[in-house]
Design a protein around this ligand. Structure first.
Ligand code: PLP
Length: 366
């Protein structure tokens, strides 16, 4: 580290930079990329057409208020467009929330294996990240509440969580909210909510509608298949939307992203196909991998956390190398405190079969 020159704000050098999922394999063969929880079905053709249609207008600034998109979201979910804030991915919204609400000496709570951006955003705002232990790879409301104090500005909860795939029921999320003081903001990150098929799950709309200190974030990167465009949104209490609109860049969402986002929302059939695909392949992948003797954390998202034994040659690091040599890229999750696991995104039918065959070969079961 440099000893001279401008020093960054406290906390910045404690950040371990986020390492995205890999996208290439050593042999250069076209990989089966299952490392970033992208949809195997690609974007809606209608979204692609809308994106292309903007090409001749690239010299124009986008609508800084992303009005068409906010209204399309509001219409789709029955929301108040004034309380929607769009961002360059939900990552940007997480960062904006941290910058606006967390300062030096203040704290943000997240669960032990929670999405890494919460820690990064908190540190980059000068705040102190506080991790709550997670028994059984699932956020623990009591452990989170036990860490709340007068300095707690934000509680981040990914529901379902990445990389574990587990979720909290609406009742548990409500209990978490009830235990928070009114000056603490609860951020419900529902990046994978469209995939969840559970009667006791609610993405967060109800709590945002009925409380003054809950925000829900959503993304177009996952089921909508628009990760490259970087598009997310937050549904907020009016006062929080006002704050985020003050701190965001004036043109933080691009015109192609707005156009594609509106079209993607309207293509309900594409989303339903993705849900049906996941409903079929998530249980299949889970069961087939368990049959090989590996533990899989029960997931409600479009990915699974696979636990590997500690035996040399069969551990997570060795499995990762073995799979990569066969063109299959999963995600190492040691940075999440899960060194014995790999996270696999549910792929196409062929991808899923290839993964199971490769794992069987690794474990000598083929
Ligand atoms: C839980 C969770 N939240 C947020 C994000 C960020 O998504 P975006 O692409 O909208 O920035 C991800 C991406 O992996 C995620 O897993």
């Amino acid at each position: 580290m440099l000893k001279t020159g401008p020093a960054p704000q406290p906390g910045i050098l404690s950040i371990s930079p986020y390492v995205p999922g890999e996208s290439s394999t050593p042999g250069g063969v076209r990989p089966i990329k299952l490392s970033s929880n992208e949809t195997p079905l690609g974007p809606s053709p209608k979204a692609v057409a809308a994106y292309k249609a903007v090409a001749e207008e690239l010299h124009r600034y986008p609508d800084g208020a992303a009005g068409a998109l906010r209204h399309a979201i509001a219409q789709r979910y029955g929301l108040d467009a004034e309380r929607i804030v769009c961002g360059c991915g939900s990552d940007e919204l997480i960062n904006l929330i941290a910058h606006a609400y967390i300062g030096p000496g203040e704290e943000a709570i997240y669960s032990e294996h929670g999405f890494l951006m919460y820690r990064i955003a908190t540190l980059s705002s000068g705040g102190t990240p506080v991790s709550a232990p997670e028994p059984a790879h699932r956020a623990d409301v009591d452990a989170m509440l036990a860490r709340v104090n007068a300095k707690t500005k934000v509680v981040f909860l990914a529901n379902p969580n990445n990389p574990t795939g587990t979720y909290l029921s609406h009742g548990e999320v409500r209990r978490l909210h009830q235990g928070l003081p009114s000056q603490t903001l609860l951020v419900l990150d529902a990046a994978y909510c469209e995939y969840v098929r559970r009667n006791d799950y609610e993405a967060g709309l109800e709590l945002v509608a009925t409380t003054d200190n809950t925000v829900m974030t959503r993304t177009f990167s996952k089921i909508y298949g628009l990760a490259a465009l970087r598009l997310g949104w937050a549904y907020c209490p009016a006062a929080v939307a006002d704050v985020l609109n003050r701190v965001r860049g004036p043109f933080n969402v691009t015109a192609p992203a707005i156009a594609a986002g509106v079209a993607a929302l309207q293509d309900r059939a594409h989303v339903e196909t993705a849900v049906a695909h996941n409903e079929k392949w998530l249980p299949w992948v889970t069961a087939e991998i368990e049959k090989l003797g590996l533990k899989v954390t029960p997931s409600v998202g479009n990915f699974v956390l696979i636990h590997f034994p500690s035996a040399r040659g069969k551990d997570a690091a060795a499995a990762d190398e073995f799979l990569k040599a066969r063109g299959i890229i999963m995600r190492r999750v040691a940075a999440y405190g899960l060194p014995d696991c790999l996270r696999m995104t549910i792929g196409t039918e062929d991808d899923n079969h290839q993964v199971v065959a490769a794992l069987a070969a690794l474990l000598g079961r083929s």
